[in-house]
Ligand binder design. Structure first.
Ligand code: ARG
Ligand code: ZN
Length: 493
């Protein structure tokens, strides 16, 4: 390629980086009018969260997340969710749901909690027997089975409920979390605490489970959800039911359901990984262009990080100018205009965040730092911009990096400078220190060892020392824990 061409493409990618920085950086300021669908539900709810970083112990009402004490619940472990949701756009967007949960107790349970935001609970059974239930605040459903559940006992809970899902004010974008409706369209953006807006759940990435998802909607709309499409049925009342199966464990914030006028496009990566994009017909050409590089990216990341972890991958491109994308498992949520760095970033989350999920929300850099670095590796490989050029650009433009990536605080979970870029730079200096061979062996071993589950920053530091045989305390202290922004020159010299 001629030098001038190369220059043009580097500038194009760096402009794309700017746009990505801009969209994340501006998300906090996103005006409700711009971002929130006109009739997006009746009530906005801010789930309370901790701003200090003290670790909490698990209680019945919370799994012990240092940032979100109400998320998840103690006393049991979920294996499988079967979600059955009927959505009726004609009745203010009411969802009628039946969720069946297969779980195992980790102690004797006289009663236990599920996270469920609002909703009218109609019936709860435990192992087929009707169970007492009451609400404790807006976010907790407390279930008392007829007989206590012994420790280490498998049990099945079925909750029948209905209501208009509340919109959750999440860490990044006020009014854009959970189940979002706009006219005759639905999408989901639950990271970190929106899943409970539409189903009863042990809402924490440390308790992953497999899913079956069944959605009933008006027959003129299409539905797409995580995993493989297993069937569609036309119902006598003019609605249509769609079923999907997600056989690998998934964190609850990664559940995706889109109901819209979608074009489903199936293909495969050059190496044969099945691809399924679902693109809103109203943004078809733009959406297709944005998704174009997906196949090559899958194969590139599979070579670097190990095999693609799930059965299918694709983007669901919606006709909403949302100022972010979200790496929902097997089916990333995208706005129509998405640059290749963001497409690569979200795809790499399938390994980092989705297959290996954060142990707590304080570990968010394990998602965002890794995905950011992965997107730089892609840009470099594609010849769009070298990692060094991107780093030079981001060092000047990413904004302050003076917050420790391991503790951005619940109100600043998606801090771009510190969590995304300083997180990515942590990996870059680590790669420099231990060398390419150990670095990529570390990433592959990370996915092999913790894939399907959740892992902490400590787990990563331990594995890095195990793989490299080096003492990396000083590096991780400076890059992950220091209040001062470390100097790249000190670490790359
Ligand atoms: N995980 C997303 C990313 O890859 C950030 C999503 C933040 N948006 C939100 N509504 N919580 O950058
Ligand atoms: Zn990300």
């Amino acid at each position: 390629m001629a030098r001038s061409d190369l220059h043009t493409r580097v500038v194009a990618v760096l402009v794309a980086v700017t746009v990505a920085v801009f969209s994340v950086g501006c998300a906090k300021e996103a005006k409700r009018d711009d971002a929130v669908p006109a009739d997006g539900g009746s009530t906005t709810t801010d789930v309370p969260h901790n701003s200090d970083s003290a670790a909490l112990d698990a209680t019945a009402a919370g799994i012990g997340d240092p940032y979100y004490p109400e998320l998840g619940n103690g006393g049991y472990d979920v294996q499988h969710y079967d979600l059955d949701l009927t959505w009726d756009p004609g009745s203010s967007g009411t969802v009628a749901g039946r969720t069946t949960i297969k779980a195992k107790s980790t102690e004797k349970l006289e009663s236990f909690h599920l996270d469920l935001l609002g909703m009218q609970v109609e019936e709860v059974t435990v192992d087929g027997e009707s169970a007492e239930n009451r609400r404790d605040g807006i976010h907790e459903l407390v279930i008392t089975p007829a007989e206590a559940i012994p420790d280490h006992h498998s049990f099945t809970v079925e909750v029948t409920y209905r209501g208009v899902p509340r919109i959750v004010d999440d860490a990044l974008i006020p009014g854009l979390g959970g189940w979002i409706t706009n006219n005759r369209q639905v999408y989901v953006a639950s990271e970190p605490d929106g899943a409970a807006s539409f189903f009863p759940v042990n809402d924490h990435p440390s308790d992953k489970a497999t899913y079956d998802i069944h959605i009933t909607a008006p027959a003129d709309l299409s539905v797409v959800a995580n995993g493989t499409h297993t069937g569609t049925t036309d119902n006598p009342d003019g609605t249509r039911s769609w079923s999907f199966e997600m056989p690998q464990p998934m964190a609850s914030y990664l559940v995706q359901i889109v109901i819209a006028n979608l074009r489903i496009e199936e293909s495969a990566s050059p190496a044969g990984v099945p691809i399924r994009h679902a693109i809103d017909e109203d943004v078809l050409a733009t959406g297709e262009a944005s998704m174009e590089g997906t196949g090559d990216m899958i194969d590139f990341f599979a070579e670097k990080f190990g095999p693609y972890p799930f059965d299918v991958y694709g983007g669901v491109v919606i006709d909403e100018p949302i100022p972010f994308a979200l790496e929902t498992q097997t089916l990333t949520l995208f706005p129509a205009e998405t640059d290749s760095l963001t497409v690569a970033h979200e795809l790499s989350h399938q390994w980092f965040g989705d297959d290996v999920s954060p142990a707590t929300w304080k570990d968010i850099w394990l998602n965002e730092g890794f995905a950011t670095y992965s997107s730089w590796l892609w840009a470099d490989h594609a010849g769009d911009a070298s990692v060094d050029d991107i780093i030079a650009y981001e060092t000047d433009n990413a904004g302050p990096m003076d917050v420790p990536p391991v503790d951005p605080g619940a109100d600043d979970l998606f801090n771009y400078g510190s969590v995304y870029v300083r997180g990515a730079l942590t990996l870059h200096v680590l790669r420099h220190k231990i060398g390419d061979d150990d670095f990529f062996e570390l990433l592959q071993t990370w996915v092999e060892r913790y894939g399907g589950g959740s892992a902490s920053t400590q787990d990563f530091e331990d594995l890095a020392e195990e793989v490299s045989g080096d003492d990396l305390t000083a590096l991780f202290d400076a890059w992950l824990r220091s209040d001062d922004e470390p100097s790249l020159d000190d670490w790359l010299g």
